[in-house]
Design a protein. Structure first.
Ligand SMILES: Cc1cc2nc3c(=O)[nH]c(=O)nc-3n(C[C@H](O)[C@H](O)[C@H](O)COP(=O)(O)OP(=O)(O)OC[C@H]3O[C@@H](n4cnc5c(N)ncnc54)[C@H](O)[C@@H]3O)c2cc1C
Length: 384
C-alpha cells in the first residue's frame, strides 16, 4: 500500500491549485453575487485541458485516470476555486460526458466527446424531474419511437448547466411496464425541435453554476442519438457514472475544506480577543484540529475510490461512503469556519459564508445523505 502521490501527481496538484487561486478565486465573489456563470474562467479551464481529463486522447481528452482527475478537482478546490465552477465542471465532464464515453457507439463518441473536451460545447445530465428525485426510477418523461425518431415529452428539474448547455443526456421512459429497466438514455442537442430551457432557477449557493428546468414538448430525437440499447439508460448510466459522481465529483469539496481550514488558521492567528489571538483558546484550536481530521479522512476516501476505479475494482459501497462522509464533512467544516470567523463569518465580504451556502448542496445533489445511508445499510444488511 502506498499513500504517496508520485512527483508528477504532486506537481499536477500544485499546478491546478495555483491556476485556481490565480484565475478563478479572485472573481468568485463578484460572480456569486451576480449569480452568473464565469465564461472567461471556463475557457481558461478548457485551455488547461481540465474539461476533458478522463477521456482518451483520440476523443480530445487527456487520458488521465480517475485518480488524476480527482487530484485535479481536489486541487481546484484547494486553490480556492469556485465551488459553482467545479459543479459545472463535474456536470459537464463527469455526468454529462462519461455516459457517452462508456455507453456510446464510435460515431457518438467521435461526434460529441471532442467538443466537450475542448469546452466548445457544454454538456449536462437530466434525470431528476419535479416529482422524481430520490425515487429516480419513477420519472415520467416519455420517449415514443416514431420511425427514425423518438418523441420526448416531459419536464426535467434542477439541471446543472441546463441554461448554457449545448448537449444534454436525457433519461426517458420507453417502456413504463418495466420500471428502471424501461428507461432509455438519449443525447439531445439544444437545437432539436421541442427542446426548451423553461425556467432558470435562482439558488442559495453554487450561484455561478447555472441551473434550469428543461421542457421537452414533442422533442424530436434521432434514433442514432439513443445511448446504448432501449431500456439500458437507467442502469447503464448508473453503472457508468455513479462511482465517478459520488467520489471524483466530490473531490472539489475536499480541496474546499483545505482552503477553509487555511483561512481559519490565518484568522485564528490574527484575530485578537481578551488580549490574545483567538487560536490560543482551546475551543477555537480544537475546532481546527477536528476540521483537519475530517479533511484527511475525506481525502483518503476520495482517493481510495479513484484508485479502485483505476484498478477496475467495483466501488459502489466505497463511493456511497465517500459521498456521504465528504459532503457532510465539508458542510461541517464550512459551518465551523463561519463560527471561528464570528460576526465577520456571517458577512459577505469574507468568503466563508459562501462556502457554507455552497457546501449544503453536497448533502442533497447526486443522492441525498439519507439515500447514501439507505444504500450503504442495504448493502451491509442485505435482504432482511
Ligand atoms: C443545485 C442542484 C443541482 C442539481 N443538478 C442536477 C443535475 O444536473 N441533473 C439531475 O438529474 N439532477 C440534479 N439535481 C437533483 C438532485 O439530484 C436531487 O435534488 C436529489 O436527488 C434529491 O431529490 P429531490 O430534490 O427531489 O428530493 P426528494 O427526493 O423529494 O427528497 C426530499 C427529502 O426526503 C428524503 N427522502 C426521500 N426518499 C427517502 C427515503 N427513501 N428514505 C429516507 N429519506 C428519504 C431526502 O433525503 C430529502 O431529505 C440537482 C439538484 C440541485 C439542488
Amino acid at each position: 500500500m502506498d499513500f504517496e502521490l508520485t512527483p508528477e501527481q504532486k506537481a499536477f496538484f500544485n499546478e491546478v491549485k495555483e491556476f485556481a487561486a490565480r484565475e478563478i478565486a479572485p472573481y468568485t465573489e463578484e460572480y456569486d453575487r451576480r449569480g452568473e456563470f464565469y465564461w472567461e474562467g471556463w475557457r481558461k479551464m478548457a485551455a488547461m485541458g481540465l474539461l476533458g481529463l478522463p477521456f482518451p486522447e483520440e476523443y480530445g481528452g487527456s487520458g488521465a485516470g480517475a485518480l488524476d482527475t480527482a487530484i485535479a478537482m481536489d486541487a481546484f478546490g484547494a486553490g480556492g476555486g469556485d465551488a459553482g465552477m467545479s459543479l459545472s465542471w463535474g456536470a459537464h465532464t463527469i455526468i454529462g460526458a462519461i455516459p457517452i464515453w462508456v455507453m456510446g457507439n464510435e460515431e457518438q463518441k467521435r461526434k460529441y466527446l471532442p467538443p466537450i473536451c475542448s469546452g466548445e460545447k457544454i454538456s449536462c445530465f437530466a434525470l431528476t424531474e419535479p416529482d422524481a428525485g430520490s425515487d429516480a426510477a419513477s420519472i415520467r418523461t416519455t420517449a415514443v419511437r416514431q420511425g427514425d425518431y423518438y418523441i420526448l415529452n416531459g419536464t426535467k428539474m434542477f439541471i446543472t448547466n441546463g441554461p448554457i448547455a449545448d448537449i444534454c443526456i436525457v433519461l426517458a421512459v420507453t417502456d413504463k411496464e418495466k420500471g428502471g429497466a424501461g428507461i432509455s438514455a438519449f443525447i439531445v442537442e439544444k437545437e432539436f425541435e421541442g427542446f426548451e430551457v423553461s425556467r432558470e432557477l435562482d439558488k442559495m449557493g453554487n450561484r455561478t453554476s447555472p441551473t434550469a428546468e428543461l421542457a421537452f414538448n414533442d422533442c424530436k430525437v434521432p434514433v442514432e442519438n439513443r445511448l446504448g440499447e432501449e431500456g439500458e439508460g437507467f442502469y447503464g448510466v448508473g453503472k457508468a457514472t455513479l462511482e465517478w459522481e459520488r467520489a471524483i465529483m466530490v473531490a472539489p469539496a475536499v480541496g474546499g475544506m483545505e482552503a477553509n481550514i487555511n483561512r481559519c488558521i490565518q484568522y485564528a492567528r490574527e484575530r485578537k480577543q481578551f488580549g490574545k489571538p483567538i487560536g490560543k483558546f482551546q475551543a477555537v484550536a480544537f475546532k481546527i484540529a477536528e476540521m483537519k481530521c475530517l479533511l484527511d479522512a475525506a481525502r483518503l476516501l476520495v482517493y481510495r475510490v479513484a484508485w479502485m476505479k483505476d484498478q477496475g475494482i467495483p466501488a459502489m459501497l466505497e463511493a456511497c461512503v465517500c459521498k456521504l462522509f465528504v459532503t457532510e464533512a465539508a458542510f461541517r467544516v464550512a459551518s465551523e469556519a463561519v463560527q471561528i470567523f464570528g460576526g465577520y463569518g456571517y458577512i459577505r465580504e469574507y468568503p466563508v459564508e459562501r462556502t457554507l451556502r455552497d457546501a449544503k448542496l453536497g448533502t442533497i445533489g447526486a443522492g441525498t445523505s439519507e439515500i447514501q445511508k439507505l444504500i450503504i445499510s442495504r448493502i451491509l444488511l442485505g435482504k432482511l
